[in-house]
Ligand binder design. Structure first.
Ligand SMILES: Nc1ncnc2c1ncn2[C@@H]1O[C@H](COP(=O)(O)OP(=O)(O)OP(=O)(O)O)[C@@H](O)[C@H]1O
Ligand SMILES: [Mg+2]
Length: 158
C-alpha cells in the first residue's frame, strides 16, 4: 500500500464572520479552474463560506443555495463562479457533466462534495467543516490541499 500523509490545516472559526474571512483569504489566491470541495453537515457553514468567497470576487448578486437547481453560475465577478450543491443529485452526476466545469477557467465550489467522491478532480482544495459540540457558533475547519497549486495557496494564506 502506498501511504501518503497529507498536510492538513486546522482552523477554528468562532463566528460567521470568521468563516467569511477565511473564504476571502482563500479567494485572494484564486486561480482559473480552482475547485473547492466543501464537506460538512447541514447548517455547518458551506453556503456562508461560498458567500464570503463570492463577495470577495466582486459578485453582487445574492448567492442562494442551489440545492434544487444543483448548479448556479455567477458571471459578474473577477472570475466566473460555479456554485454547486450536490445533496439532492441522487446519483445523476453523469447528467450534470460536472467535469466540464473544471475546465471553464472559473472557480468551482461544491457543497456536499463527499457525495460525489468519484467525480472530483485529483487536484483540489478540500474543506471540512465540523460543528463544535461546545458552542453554537464554533466550527472546526480542516483544510487539505491536493496538488501543488493548492499546497502553495495554503502556504500563502493559512
Ligand atoms: N462559525 C460559523 N461559521 C459559519 N456559519 C456559522 C458560524 N456560526 C454560526 N453560523 C451559522 O450557521 C449557519 C450556516 O448555514 P449555511 O447555510 O452556510 O450551512 P450549509 O453548510 O450551507 O448547510 P446546507 O447543508 O443546508 O447547505 C448560518 O445560519 C450561520 O449564521
Ligand atoms: Mg448550503
Amino acid at each position: 500500500m502506498n501511504l501518503v500523509i497529507k498536510m492538513a490545516y486546522k482552523i477554528t472559526s468562532r463566528s460567521e464572520k470568521d468563516t467569511v474571512e477565511l473564504a476571502q483569504n482563500i479567494e485572494s489566491e484564486k486561480f482559473p479552474n480552482m475547485v473547492i470541495c466543501l464537506i460538512g453537515d447541514l447548517g455547518s457553514g458551506k453556503t456562508v463560506f461560498t458567500k464570503g468567497f463570492a463577495s470577495s470576487l466582486g459578485i453582487e448578486e445574492a448567492i442562494t443555495s442551489p440545492t434544487f437547481n444543483i448548479i448556479k453560475e455567477y458571471t459578474t465577478g473577477e472570475m466566473d463562479l460555479y456554485h454547486m450543491d450536490v445533496y439532492r443529485l441522487d446519483g445523476k452526476v453523469e447528467e450534470l457533466g460536472i467535469e466540464e466545469y473544471y475546465k471553464k477557467d472559473g472557480v468551482v465550489i461544491i457543497e456536499w462534495a463527499d457525495m460525489i467522491k468519484d467525480y472530483l478532480p485529483e487536484d483540489r482544495l478540500e474543506i471540512k467543516i465540523r460543528i463544535s459540540e461546545d458552542s453554537e457558533d464554533v466550527r472546526i475547519i480542516t483544510i487539505t490541499p491536493y496538488g501543488r497549486e493548492y499546497e502553495e495557496l495554503c502556504e500563502a494564506v493559512l
